[in-house]
Each structure stands twice: as structure tokens, then as C-alpha cells.
Write a protein that binds this ligand. Structure first.
Ligand code: BGC
Length: 748
């Protein structure tokens, strides 16, 4: 591209650059040599448009590899998995001439019902942020831009285009924004995509606080902000708030409005120029298509299988039911084994290059191992067959085998972009099959395919093993077979809690909202933060995941490395007989500070590969943020002085070893006013002693009993504003004295 600056373009040309030309491309300015930029979904594969394609997945896009979606990658707890997905997707994007891939999505799984949870990583912001950062870095190192989405507080599909997410600032800062913040500060994504919803009443696309003050001024983002598709209502207000590019094309009115607003003086031309400069900078990504997909098709399918195996979570394995023994007769049951469910519906839906059905992959491995394999459909996803006959056939197949493997899960229709689920239950027909098979089979293994959490109640105890396969991408069937036979040792861990009941979820009473508002009443107590803090039993906690080998956590130490930073050191050993990967999960627990803290919070993690008998010591950095809370009064991150426990967990509930640290913390000194409480006044480091001295001077000598009674009285007035309290001490302290002391507190 020649050296184009906003100055070399007319106002009309500049305005035209700020709205899409069609569904996936921006307007070029051919006379000036400004190219059109191609932005396409994403995130776990590309959707190159063909002539008849649309983003709701109704028409097919051109073929691409469907890698494991974020729900699976979240369970890998492995940034390397995320990075390999990002790099491979970028390669395919370039082969199709795509410059920006729309994703990854880093919204927090606030409710297990959110229809788009399959496209998000976790209920925890650290896990989401670390994985997304790796994805974006790898993608962008292949010269393809990422678009981190949906910024922000887009945690449900119900009324997603207009609902107001009413969230207090501490919850925003501690839960809903940190994954975005990490990606922005560590990976410099080419673009950030604003969400459809409102945040505390203000549409994300017109939210100056979000798009300019937080994103650019605080986090230093210098890329381009693009709207979610159709998220812009008021084009001029959005531009002024910091939204650069409105996608997709509109009816032409957006450009006209920008031009008119500049001409009338409502909008400064410098605002237009700033956004145009960002579009021009993004044009740097424009390159010709490489047409390299065909060479990679086979390799990427194999990669998708390898990565998917890293994401599978072994939830239960009684009596070593898995891996399958080489001579076992296996009954594979359930339509999902033959017609795999491996991706979610909506804008991320990939037209795959090929797919692997689990039953075929099981047969292929069984041929090597010498197992006999039978297949029974079990249930019909479209309810077209005689359910009782299918059930009877499944039970007899189970009876004739040594082990039955039942594939169950959610159908594409049960969960998708655009709507939320209403229940965590599996379809009743499938539960019936699981129970009938469990009653008939010597051993029963259940393999689940689902984008959002499903309930395991009503059948959990009747089966020997449960494999949570989430949605694993197009090669997921192969990955499941690898795990069942032990060719891959499962190492996935839950990135979200599996609760006993939907009602236990902290968002339950406030989801999906009413009258245009969804109130995030649970504040920071999202997911395991809530379940732990109220000591609620869950079916499987955040972080849970079994392996075919065993691990031991031997030693935990923590060393201060700065004022409020530390390093945790942990020794882990593989005490079993197979090679495997262990996730070291470091949580920080404290009650320090003036706000209620969750029982513990994930603050660092790493995945370690260990040969049988091998042990290793790993070090994990705990930065200031690992100890901080967001103080809404001071408007910043604060470390409270006090004790902090550094806990290494097998999961968020089961702590294997811990140590503790005492931190000096930040001096929390707040300027006083007459509305500050008596306690604020007396505990102020400068003013407190002054005031106490003055009171002591004006009071008669006290007996010990009187002193005790006075102390009790003081507790009664502790929370009284000074404005009221001053009346009781007016004979000793005047308003003039207080005003002088207020001045003193402001100096501090
Ligand atoms: C979705 C985005 C997607 C965009 C373009 C929107 O409806 O929310 O995630 O990137 O469409 O297809």
C-alpha cells in the first residue's frame, strides 16, 4: 500500500472507510491505493464466504478445518494448545485471503445456560485470558489479525442485542474485564470487537468509558475497535465513544451521518482521522491469498485430533474401567458415536474438510488391539425411530459385551449462538438409554458431547466411567478413541464447575434478566468463587480432571520477590506407571482488606508433562494482581496488608499443599469528610491520634470501668457519620477543628 494518511483522503473517502462494504470486507479507496480488508469468523476455524454464505450458518461457507472450540481448549489448561489452534487457523485464513479472524471470544461463563458457552473458555478470568493470549500471539505471528470479542459483559444470548448487563465495577474489573485486559496488554490484538449489549445502560458500541478510557487510556490499546455485526445504533455517538469500524455494510446512512456531523461541527474531523488512521494501519495485514489449504488438509486434521485429545476431561473412572483392555468386547452405543456432535451453531459454524466419527475411530484402533466392536444406535436424535426398540437393542448389545460405551450429549438444536438453554438436563431418552445400558452391561462408560455443562444427576453413580468430551472439533471422534484405548492419557481439567443443580448457580435468580436488564447480583462470586465461598457441594469442581497415572504434589514454598509480589515453587511427581500431564493449579486465599473475598482464586497455573517416576519443581510467578482486589473508592487495584495463603489444588476444592505469606500491602488512606464515619476518623493514621488527643484533653480522668463503657459506646457510634457525631462532642471539638483536620487528611 502506498503511504496513505488521513490527510491525503477527502472527508467522504475517510467516512467510507469506517463502515463495511458488505458482510466481510471494508470499503477500499482504490484511487488512493487503500485496499479492502477481509474480516471473517472464527474463532476455531475459518468461514470463508462463498457467494451464498451468511453468518448464521444457514448457508455453507468454504471448507476449513474445525479445530477444538474454546470450551475444549479451556479444558486443556494449556496455552500451547491454544497457540497451535491460533497458528493453524491463521494459516488457513491466509490461504483464503482473510486478514482478520473474528475471535477468540473471552467472555466469562457466568451461567451454564448461556447458549454460546461453547465459544468461551472458562468461568475464570485468568484461565480465559492466558489461553486467549496464546491464541492471539500465535495467530498474529502468522500475520493474521485477531479480534478479541465480545467486549464486554456479553454473558448470555437472551436479548443479547439490547439487554443492559448491570454490573458493579468491582465485578467488571475482577471478573469480566481481566481476560480482555491480558490479551490487550500482552498480545496487542489487531482488533477488539465490541459487544451488542449495554453495560449499566450504555450500549457497548457507544461506551466511551469502556472503549476509550479503559481500553485505550488504561490498557494502552492502539489497534482498531470493530463493532459486533450490526451492534452500532448511533453511528456518530459510537465514533465519538471510540468505535472505529462499524460492520457489516449498512444502507449507506452511516457514512452520510459521519460526513454531516463533521460539516455541522457536531463531530471533530480529528475524531474521524484517528479512526481512519487505525483502518489504514490495519490494511498493513492485507496480503494475497496463499492457496495453501489443500497441502495442509491432512496435517491439520491430524493436528485437530492431537489437540482435541489434550482437552478431554476424565471425570470418573471407577475400578480402572478405562483405558479399555485390549481383549475386551466393546459395545458402542448412541447416535453421537456415528453422527458426531463437535461444534456449536451460529457464526462460528465451520464447513469442515472432513469429520471423524468415534465409532469408526474405535473400530480402527480395535483392529490393532484385537477388540470386537458392536454398534447400537440407542436413541434417535430426530425421534424418527421406535424408541423402545432402540433401547432394547442397546441393552442387548451391552449385555453381550464386556464394556459398553454410551455416547450422549446435546444436539445442535439444544444450544447455539442466539439463544440460551433452559435446563442442564440431558434429553430424557438418552438418560433412559444410559440407565438401561448400565443395568445390563458389566461395565459402562459414558462419553459426553456438549458445549455447555450438562447435569450428571440421576445416572452418575450407575456408570463406571465418564468422559467429558465437550465439543472437540472435526477430529474429536479420533481423540475420544485415543483416550478410550489409552493411546492418549487424559489431561484435561474442568474450566467450569459442574453443579449438582442449576439452582445452585450464583446467577440463577438473575438470569437471563427481565425488563431489559440483567442484574449481576452475585458480584465477583462467579462459578467456583461462589460454590466455595458458601460451601456448596458440587458434582465436580472447577479444575477437576483424572488421569490414567497418579500425581503427587510434594512441596510448596512461596518467596517474596518484591513489595507485594512472590514466586510459588511446587514439586510434582508422576507416581504411576504411564506418562502423563499434570496441571499445577495455584490459588490464593485471603480475608485481608475491607471487601469480601472469594474463598480462593486461581492465580497461576502450568501444565507439566512427566514420565513415570519423574518429578519436577516448577516456579510460578505471583504478581501484584494475584493478591489485589479492585477498590472502587480509590478507583484502582489495591493490595490489602495481611496474610495470604498460597494453595496448590488438585482442583478448586481439594487443596494438596499450601503455604502462607504476609504482605505489607498498600496504605489505604482515604481523605476524610464530614460524611466519613467515626471509625474512619479515629483510624486515620494522621488525624486519628490528633483527634484522640484533643478529646482526651477535654475529658475528665476515667476509671477502668468508665473507659470500658466508653469503648463500648464507641462501637455503637463507629459507623455514625462525623456530621452527626460532632453534636455529641461539640463541647470539646468544634466544626472549625474538624475542618482543619479534614485539610490535614487531604494533605496525606
Ligand atoms: C457474532 C460475532 C461474529 C459476527 C460476524 C455476530 O453475530 O456475535 O461473534 O463474529 O456475528 O459473523
Amino acid at each position: 500500500m502506498p503511504d496513505v494518511t488521513p490527510d491525503s483522503l477527502s472527508l467522504d473517502e475517510k467516512a467510507s472507510l469506517l463502515t463495511g462494504r458488505d458482510f466481510s470486507t471494508t470499503n477500499p479507496v482504490e484511487t488512493a491505493g487503500v485496499p479492502s480488508i477481509v474480516l471473517v469468523d472464527g474463532p476455531h476455524g475459518v468461514r470463508p464466504p462463498d457467494a451464498a454464505a451468511d453468518h448464521l450458518g444457514i448457508n455453507a461457507s468454504l471448507p476449513a478445518t474445525c479445530f477444538p472450540p474454546a470450551v475444549a481448549v479451556g479444558s486443556s489448561w494449556d496455552p500451547d494448545v491454544a497457540a497451535r489452534v491460533g497458528a493453524a487457523v491463521a494459516h488457513e485464513a491466509r490461504s483464503y485471503g482473510i486478514h482478520v479472524v473474528l475471535g477468540p471470544g473471552v467472555n466469562i461463563k457466568r451461567s451454564p445456560l448461556c447458549g454460546r458457552n461453547f465459544e468461551y473458555y472458562s468461568e475464570d478470568p485468568l484461565l480465559s485470558g492466558v489461553l486467549a493470549t496464546a491464541h492471539v500471539q500465535a495467530m498474529q505471528s502468522e500475520s493474521v489479525g485477531a479480534s478479541v470479542k465480545h467486549f464486554a459483559a456479553n454473558n448470555q444470548e437472551h436479548e443479547r442485542m439490547r439487554i443492559s448487563a448491570d454490573v458493579d465495577e468491582r465485578a467488571l474489573r475482577e471478573i469480566y474485564l481481566p481476560a480482555f485486559e491480558r490479551v490487550v496488554t500482552e498480545a496487542q490484538p489487531a482488533t477488539v470487537m465490541c459487544s451488542y449489549n449495554r453495560i449499566n445502560g450504555v450500549p457497548a458500541s457507544e461506551n466511551h468509558w469502556l472503549l476509550t478510557e479503559v481500553l485505550r487510556e488504561e490498557w494502552g490499546f492502539d489497534g482498531l475497535v470493530v463493532s459486533d455485526w450490526g451492534a452500532v445504533g448511533d453511528r456518530v455517538a459510537a465514533l465519538a465513544a471510540g468505535l472505529d469500524l462499524a460492520m457489516p455494510a449498512d444502507d449507506g446512512t452511516g457514512t452520510v451521518k459521519i460526513v454531516e456531523a463533521v460539516r455541522s461541527g457536531e463531530l471533530g474531523e480529528d475524531v474521524v482521522d484517528r479512526s481512519v488512521a487505525r483502518v489504514l494501519a490495519l490494511s498493513g495485514l492485507v496480503a494475497d491469498a496463499t492457496n495453501g489449504l489443500k497441502d495442509k488438509e491432512e496435517e491439520h486434521h491430524a493436528l485437530a485430533r492431537e489437540l482435541a485429545a489434550e482437552c478431554v476431561v476424565l471425570l470418573r473412572n471407577e475400578g480402572g474401567a478405562l483405558p479399555l483392555s485390549p481383549d475386551a468386547r466393546i459395545a458402542v452405543i448412541g447416535e453421537f458415536a456415528a453422527a458426531p456432535r463437535f461444534q456449536g451453531g451460529g457464526s462460528s459454524h465451520i464447513n469442515t474438510t472432513r469429520t471423524t466419527a468415534a465409532v469408526d475411530a474405535i473400530r480402527a484402533l480395535a483392529a490393532d488391539e484385537g477388540n470386537a466392536v458392536s454398534y447400537a444406535r440407542g436413541y434417535a436424535l430426530d425421534a424418527s425411530a421406535d424408541a423402545q426398540a432402540l433401547l432394547a437393542e442397546a441393552a442387548s448389545a451391552a449385555r453381550a459385551a464386556d464394556v459398553a460405551v454410551v455416547f450422549a450429549g446435546l444436539d445442535e438444536r439444544d444450544e447455539s449462538e442466539g439463544y440460551d438453554r433452559e435446563t442442564l438436563d440431558l434429553p430424557a431418552a438418552q438418560v433412559e438409554v444410559i440407565r438401561a445400558v448400565a443395568a445390563a452391561a458389566a461395565r459402562t462408560v459414558v462419553v459426553l458431547s456438549n458445549g455447555g455443562v450438562v447435569s450428571l444427576e440421576g445416572w452418575h453413580d450407575e456408570v463406571d466411567a465418564i468422559v467429558e468430551g465437550w465439543l472437540l472439533g472435526q477430529a474429536g471422534g479420533g481423540a475420544i478413541a485415543d483416550v478410550l484405548f489409552g493411546a492418549a492419557n487424559p489431561s484435561g481439567h474442568l474450566a467450569e464447575t459442574i453443579p449438582m443443580r442449576l439452582q445452585d448457580n450464583p446467577s440463577y435468580l438473575n438470569f437471563p434478566g427481565e425488563n431489559g436488564h440483567v442484574r449481576y447480583g452475585e458480584g465477583v462470586m462467579v462459578g467456583y468463587r461462589h460454590y466455595n465461598s458458601v460451601e456448596l457441594p458440587v458434582r465436580y469442581p472447577f479444575g477437576h480432571g483424572l488421569s490414567y497415572t497418579t500425581f503427587e504434589t510434594r512441596e510448596v514454598t512461596a518467596t517474596l520477590t518484591g513489595d507485594d509480589t512472590a514466586t510459588a515453587s511446587v514439586t510434582v511427581a508422576n507416581t504411576g506407571s504411564r506418562a502423563g500431564k499434570h496441571v499445577v493449579q495455584v490459588y490464593v486465599a485471603t480475608t485481608a482488606g475491607p471487601v469480601r473475598r472469594p474463598t480462593r482464586e486461581l492465580r497461576a497455573f502450568t501444565k507439566v508433562a512427566l514420565a513415570p517416576g519423574e518429578s519436577r519443581t516448577v516456579e510460578l510467578a505471583l504478581d501484584r494482581r494475584a493478591f489485589a482486589y479492585y477498590d472502587i473508592v480509590q478507583g484502582g487495584w489495591t493490595v490489602a496488608g495481611g496474610d495470604y495463603r498460597i494453595q496448590v489444588g488438585r482442583n478448586a476444592v481439594d487443596i494438596a499443599a499450601e503455604t502462607s505469606l504476609t504482605l505489607a500491602g498498600d496504605a489505604i488512606v482515604r481523605p476524610l469528610s464530614l460524611d466519613s464515619t467515626v471509625n474512619d476518623w479515629f483510624s486515620h493514621p494522621v488525624v486519628g491520634p490528633e483527634l484522640m488527643g484533643r478529646l482526651a484533653q477535654g475529658m475528665p480522668e476515667q476509671s477502668p470501668e468508665e473507659a470500658e463503657e466508653n469503648a463500648r459506646m464507641m462501637r455503637m457510634v463507629d459507623s455514625m457519620p462525623m456530621r452527626q457525631f460532632v453534636g455529641f462532642i461539640a463541647h470539646i471539638v468544634t466544626t472549625e477543628h474538624l475542618e482543619a483536620l479534614i485539610g490535614l487528611s487531604h494533605e496525606g
